[in-house]
Design a protein around this ligand. Structure first.
Ligand code: SF4
Ligand code: SF4
Length: 381
């Protein structure tokens, strides 16, 4: 059996759904795309992933000859609505860059070990443009929402690739849009208008960016009030433009087996618990699902405060009042915003009391704006 066949068979055997292989050439179209939209992508271009460097694989691995890319289908089981309302499916499936001690991380580790065993040198820490790699290898094509779709599955897929120093047999590209003519359901459904033309997303307007990348040391922790309102109840990623897609309906509406792990987790989960989470709740119910981008729980608590504010239900005023005592100014500031969004005499009193004691400039500003918001809606003075 050829090296190529051995690699593909092994990948399929351990649970990947599709495998393709391309030469380890540069990706000039990707470099152009990122540099032409430098303003929108600065947060990523300047990140430790160094995407512009990795887009020229031989500049970081001179012996690179081939790239092996694989599709993992993470929508084989169903997702509880309580979670899809607040979190992307890829995180619920524990599929996004999973650590090696979990199944999805162990699969990647097995693949790496197999490649080494059959004599391939495997590149380390080279972050490739996975969607373009997979399209060039013929295992996916594009949707106008910028996601990629694998035949028979849809876009709820996670892509993994390896660069190796062996010449292999290469596949034919499918770098094309596979959407039905005239469809623009994803663009219409996006709450923020982030998909500003087919196949073009402004990442800074995407809810996923605003839940996951708005951290100090990344894009800064401040989220504009206008964006907070559009985030709805999302606290970690957003699937809206994939959920509405006709190409995903078999998975979105189909009857899939339950994921017992998620059913257990959802019984305990609530946004209010997330807002004022204990160490135990964080370790057991939040971290196993939301570990990828956010390492400091204050950002998760901020997102939960925004979501509760958007729900607008006065029943959350006591939870937000507790959050106003949080030691993190970030959490207090967004809890203040949420109280202002919910409104009512009760919320107004809480905000006024907090303002008498608050010393943080950021939180005081949020408190004052929240008080004005309630005054302007209800006339409370
Ligand atoms: S993930 Fe959500 S916010 Fe981002 S483009 Fe899709 S629908 Fe819009
Ligand atoms: S919603 Fe329509 S246009 Fe958007 S990705 Fe799906 S098929 Fe393509």
């Amino acid at each position: 059996m050829s090296l190529t066949s051995q690699i593909k068979e092994f990948a399929l055997d351990i649970g990947y759904s599709k495998v393709g292989i391309i030469p380890a050439d540069s990706f000039p179209e990707y470099i152009d795309e990122l540099t032409n939209r430098n303003e929108m992508y600065a947060f990523y271009i300047n990140s430790p992933n160094r995407p512009l460097v990795s887009a020229e694989p031989r500049s970081v691995m001179p012996s690179a000859k081939s790239i092996i890319t694989m599709v993992y289908d993470y929508s084989q089981k169903s997702f509880p609505k309580k979670f899809t309302d607040v979190m992307g499916r890829v995180y619920q499936a524990r599929a996004y860059n999973a650590p090696p001690e979990h199944t999805n991380g162990a699969r990647k580790q097995l693949m790496r070990e197999f490649l080494s065993k059959i004599g391939c040198k495997v590149g380390e820490n080279i972050i490739l443009p996975e969607r373009l790699v997979a399209a060039k290898a013929g295992i996916v094509n594009y949707g106008r929402n910028n996601f990629v779709y694998a035949d028979g599955i849809g876009s709820f897929i996670f892509l993994t690739s390896f660069i190796v120093d062996q010449e292999l047999e290469y596949d034919q590209p499918t770098v094309e849009v596979g959407c039905p003519d005239g469809c623009s359901a994803c663009m219409k459904a996006c709450p923020t208008g982030a998909i500003y033309e087919p196949h073009k997303i402004n990442p800074t307007r995407c809810i996923t960016f605003n839940t996951n990348f708005t951290q100090d040391g990344m894009a800064g922790s401040y989220i504009q009030p206008e964006m907070r309102e559009k985030m709805g109840t999302k606290v970690y990623g957003c699937d809206i433009c994939q959920e509405v897609c006709p190409r995903n309906q078999a998975r979105v509406k189909g009857k899939l087996p339950d994921d017992e792990y998620l059913l257990n987790a959802e019984k305990e989960f609530s946004l209010a618990k997330m807002l004022n989470m204990t160490d135990d709740f964080y370790q057991r119910r939040i971290y196993p699902l939301m570990y990828n981008y956010i390492k400091d729980r204050k950002y998760l608590q901020r997102n939960a405060a925004i979501a509760l504010g958007n729900l607008g239900d006065p029943e959350f005023i006591p939870d937000l009042t507790v959050a106003m005592k949080n030691q993190e100014g970030l959490v207090r500031g967004y809890a203040a915003w949420a109280l202002g969004r919910i409104g009512s005499q009760q919320a107004y009193q809480v905000l006024q009391e907090c303002l008498t004691q608050e010393t943080s400039v950021f939180v005081r500003k949020e408190l004052e704006e929240a008080l004005v918001a309630i005054q302007s809606i209800s006339g409370i003075d």
